[in-house]
Design a protein. Structure first.
Length: 361
């Protein structure tokens, strides 16, 4: 619950920040390619707010806005995240930039999603409407009718720009090459491979906005200052940070005033993480779920890393032991592998993580 003290603090923030225009002027900004939209280098990823109470979420979102964040990314799939954004910004809509996403596979689903999003967000337009991680890049004439629906929605003024999100390099490349999209949202962190860097460069050349998700690699990277400093090098990249707690928000807000720089110390930290996190590892995206055996794949398949990169006690509780034990019930149906955008052999990875886990008990 939000306490009266915190509500008062927010009110006082509003007064102070309305006067403190200079703070906003100094803030690092990114132009999202041909959209011309100028967003703060600190975007708010609104997936995690689905896990907190509405009042708490509204408080966080408004605090972010009053401290200079102007870009908020959500999705139809993030349960009530859109509704919380709508509640926070119904009266300041024109001052912020909102992107949301549809996972529809046909035009009928597209229109249902779009109308639901507009209603949830309490708005009559969406700044960037994105196809949410489609298996193939939607194009005119591909028979899904999705891209045609996007164009019609744009003509109707319900959306302003057309975007796509993806975890698969091949689909992302295809989207850039197609020239059909204004923005691409793609995982991008200091673990970026050469191919990821080429994709970012290709976006820049194509004048497409590049929105970086998973800059903390689904929680495996724990040094947000290093992540921020790395991404600050790319003048066309707009990172969105998944924020659930006020402490996380405060951390990213503090970087606006005192941006972390790529010092020797931070560069060494990045190199060390790269050595530890190379090759095939689970990013925790959860696209492989649900699992018919009830395995929480997005955490169980990266348990070895979580145990070594976060306080391990949190993962050794009875509850976690039960979750890990479910790996014994894997049906080897292969459903997860077919959906993993990183091409991981998920059942093998689960098995390896389980064997390692048992050595900690
Ligand atoms: S192979 Fe195992 S982990 Fe993957 S979906 Fe099937 S039961 Fe779940
Ligand atoms: S196994 Fe693949 S799809 Fe599943 S959570 Fe890990 S990276 Fe994501």
């Amino acid at each position: 619950m939000i306490t009266d003290k915190r509500t008062t603090a927010l009110q006082s923030d509003k007064k102070v920040l309305k006067q403190n225009v200079e703070t906003r002027k100094n803030m690092q900004k990114v132009t999202l390619g041909k959209t011309g939209l100028v967003v703060s280098k600190n975007g708010f990823g609104a997936l995690p707010i689905q896990r907190i109470e509405k009042k708490e979420a509204v408080y966080l979102l408004q605090k972010a806005f009053y401290h200079g964040m102007n870009y908020f990314d959500t999705a139809r799939w993030y349960t009530d995240s859109e509704e919380k954004l709508g509640a926070a910004f119904a009266y300041t809509r024109e001052k912020i930039i909102i992107s949301t996403k549809t996972g529809a596979v046909d035009a009928k689903g597209f229109w249902t999603d779009l109308e639901t999003s507009l209603s949830n967000l309490r708005t009559d337009y969406i700044d960037i409407y994105q196809f949410h991680n489609p298996a193939a890049c939607p194009k005119p004439g591909d028979e899904s009718g999705l891209y045609e629906a996007m164009l019609k929605a744009k003509q109707q003024g319900k959306i302003r720009h057309i975007g796509i999100t993806n975890h698969r390099l091949a689909v992302a490349r295809n989207a850039v090459e197609s020239g059909l999209y204004d923005t691409l949202q793609f995982p991008f962190s200091y673990l970026a491979s050469e191919a990821d860097l080429e994709l970012e460069e290709a976006c820049k050349k194509a004048n497409m906005g590049f929105i970086a998700m998973k800059a903390l690699s689904g929680g495996l990277l724990t040094d947000s200052a290093a992540a921020y400093a790395y991404l600050a090098q790319f003048d066309n990249v707009a990172p969105i940070w998944g924020i659930q707690r006020e402490s996380e928000l405060d951390e990213f807000l503090s970087y606006q005033e005192t941006p972390p720089v790529l010092s020797e110390e931070i560069a060494a930290k990045i190199e060390k993480d790269k050595e530890q996190l190379c090759g095939d590892f689970c990013r925790g995206c959860g696209y492989c779920m649900p699992c018919p055996a009830g395995i929480e794949i997005n955490n169980c398949a990266r348990m070895s890393l979580l145990l070594r990169r976060a306080p391990k006690e949190a993962y050794l509780t009875e509850e976690w032991q039960e979750k890990m034990k479910k790996i014994e019930n894997c049906l080897h149906c292969g459903k997860c592998m077919g959906k993993c955008p990183y091409g991981l052999h998920t059942p093998d990875l689960l098995e390896k993580n389980y064997e390692d886990y048992k050595t900690f008990l």
